[in-house]
Design a protein around this ligand. Structure first.
Ligand SMILES: Nc1ncnc2c1ncn2[C@@H]1O[C@H](COP(=O)(O)OP(=O)(O)OP(=O)(O)O)[C@@H](O)[C@H]1O
Length: 599
């Protein structure tokens, strides 16, 4: 597995050849300067020992100075190129991950814990920086650099070359031992970190819930336990890596000392001169340097390898829905007909179906109110209509076109959704409106906001439409957010409207504003409303009662009241939730007019 991840990370680096090659070449340039420095220093010493005049010493001394400067510049440039590599890979990866996440859509996010994708795209991508930018190029440097230096030492003296070569080989040969030791600890550290980060994110988004349930203290204890686990994992990781670092550093120092001792013996035997001994000292140290750096980078980079599992599993995730091979045109001229035909659907991994043989029809331009107890499958109908998922059996059709046969974007463009939890993005009110209609003029935004009965509220904000939501106390209430969502729906101007009514009660004026706004928007559209208010149900053209994923009953409100079946039984729970709600008889009369809450 690790092997496969490593190969895929190498594959990512290969896609950015220029910065990677620059990193490797610049680092090798630095090593070449060090080698040259060794030879130039030895030459300066040789001339000094031979009692040459000062001007003759100047050339090798100047060469040493130039090489030192060049090396500093090259290593600086190497660091820049390594950071460039890392950023190039990270940018590409983030692009792909966010693209993938958007492609996977709610079909993916609805069936996975929130926060995991966030951790992967944010911290996971950051974690691979050291691995791809520094560690991987350094592997090439650690192969080429020491091989070239050992060859140079071999040329100086074969015995010394063989000694240094043997010591250098010990470092990579010992890697399998410490890779396991460090690998397990780095993975444990990353897992502890991910868990801690997810817990913090949860605490932040659920702060109100925690406080209102008085669970702050208990949650704090869990956070502390996770922080403690992270601390222990960090210490374990640190102990292992510093231990391995010390052993490696010892092998390298001992190797350098041994090489110099061997060179001294060779000097005593007359095979080397004193200046060459100096070159050996210099080159032997330089030979180990890339390996020591590799060791450092490996320690930093292993988090990246640990994080790569999450990155690639997101990249490899299968979308719930696929584009058709030969898409059918879906372009209704007016409000379309919506049909669910024998639809059965189970969420991935669920034990039972959320919808079971559902048959529903919403005639063009009419309103269907779907009612049912919690968990009956109402939101699942919407998820299928927006094609977040495909039914296991049966079909969902818009104007007779099976949604699986139309382009996904086209299907989603058909429907405007006004849901109970309206998400406002960080940005201005205008930005939040333009999400539905990029490039819409200010006049168009204002027109939509007026029709959604929210214009006056926006105009009263500190900077009007340019107010950044959430800053300087510029927040919107639940009812105002819903009206903003209605304005978005108006701007999207889709022929189908899905309204997921708020379960919480709103004050009388807000209720009236909302109803007026919705009446306007649903008037010329085919509307599916997940109704929580009796007034809405009564105002619909038809009602469908869902029970455990099945349609228990459907028909006009008056018919269902008269029938005294599932709806009549459920209506009790709805009583008192609508301003217009009345007795069964009134309700029947009300519904019979075909006008009401939703229009
Ligand atoms: N993302 C999901 N993954 C797995 N099961 C799910 C998921 N969403 C809903 N379900 C299950 O599918 C069934 C239908 O849920 P659905 O949300 O459609 O009901 P609902 O009628 O809209 O409920 P509510 O009124 O409470 O929103 C329930 O049993 C629910 O637990």
């Amino acid at each position: 597995m690790t092997m496969l991840l490593r190969r895929r990370l190498v594959g990512l680096v290969r896609e950015t050849p220029v910065p990677v090659l620059s990193t490797v070449l610049l680092a090798l340039g630095g090593t070449a300067c060090a080698v040259g420095q060794g030879f130039a220093t030895a030459e300066a010493l040789r001339r000094a020992f031979a009692g040459r005049p000062l001007p003759e010493l100047m050339a090798p001394v100047a060469a040493v100075a130039a090489l030192v400067l060049a090396r500093t510049a090259l290593l600086w440039a190497r660091d820049l190129a390594a950071t460039w590599t890392a950023h190039a890979v990270k940018e590409r990866l983030r692009d792909r991950l966010t693209g993938r996440l958007l492609e996977l859509g709610p079909g993916y996010t609805l069936t996975r814990p929130a926060g995991r994708a966030q951790a992967t795209i944010g911290d996971g991508v950051e974690a691979i920086q050291a691995y791809v930018g520094f560690y991987l190029p350094q592997v090439a440097v650690s192969l080429a650099g020491p091989v070239a230096i050992v060859a140079a030492l071999f040329w100086l003296d074969p015995v010394v070359g063989a000694t240094v070569g043997a010591c250098v080989a010990l470092v990579p040969l010992s890697r399998p031992m410490w890779r396991r030791l460090l690998g397990d600890r780095a993975t444990a550290h990353w897992e502890a970190y991910e868990r801690f980060a997810a817990r913090i994110l949860d605490a932040l988004s659920g702060m109100t819930t925690l406080k209102t349930l008085g669970a702050g203290e208990r949650y704090g204890m869990r956070l502390r336990a996770d922080a403690e686990r992270l601390y222990r994992a960090t210490m374990g990781n640190l102990a292992a890596s510093t231990g391995v670092y010390c052993v490696t550093a010892f092998v390298m120092t001992a190797g350098t000392a041994l090489s110099v001792a061997v060179a001294a013996l060779r000097l005593a035997e007359g095979h080397l001169d004193a200046a060459a001994l100096f070159t050996v000292l210099f080159l032997a140290a330089e030979c180990f340097r890339p390996l020591l750096e590799l060791q450092n980078y490996w320690h930093e980079g292993f988090y990246g390898l640990a994080a790569a599992g999450g990155l690639f599993s997101l990249l490899d995730a299968e979308p719930q829905v696929r584009e058709p091979a030969t898409p059918v045109r879906l372009a209704p001229s007016g409000p379309p007909e919506v049909r669910f035909e024998g639809v059965t659907f189970a969420y991935p991994g669920a034990t039972g179906p959320a919808l079971d043989g559902v048959d529903l029809r919403i005639a063009p331009g009419t309103t269907l109110a779907v009612v049912g107890r919690s968990g009956a499958g109402k939101s699942t109908l919407v998820a299928l209509l927006l094609r977040f998922f495909d039914p296991g059996e049966g079909r969902v059709l818009i104007d007779g076109v099976d949604l699986r046969e139309a382009p996904i974007e086209r299907v989603r463009a058909m429907t405007a959704l006004v849901s109970q939890d309206v998400h406002l993005f960080y940005g201005t009110v205008a930005d939040n409106l333009r999400i539905a209609a990029p490039g819409a003029s200010t006049a168009r935004l204002q027109e939509a906001a007026r029709r959604a009965r929210i214009h006056d509220v926006i105009a009263a904000l500190p900077d009007g439409y340019d107010t950044v939501i959430g800053e300087r106390g510029a927040t919107l209430s639940g009812g105002e957010r819903q009206r903003l969502a209605i304005a978005r729906a108006l701007l999207k101007d889709a022929p189908i409207l899905v309204l997921d009514e708020a379960t919480s009660s709103v004050d009388g004026q807000t209720e009236r504003d909302l109803r007026e706004a919705l009446a306007e928007i649903s008037a010329e559209r085919t509307t599916l409303v997940i109704a929580h208010r009796l007034s809405t149900v009564l105002g619909a053209d038809r009602i469908a009662v869902l029970e455990a994923g099945r349609v228990a009953e459907q028909g006009a409100p008056a018919e269902l009241f008269a029938a005294g079946g599932a709806w009549a039984e459920l209506a009790g729970a709805y009583a008192g939730t609508g301003a217009q709600a009345g007795t069964g008889t009134q309700a029947g009369a009300h519904a019979g007019t075909g006008t009401g809450a939703a229009r």
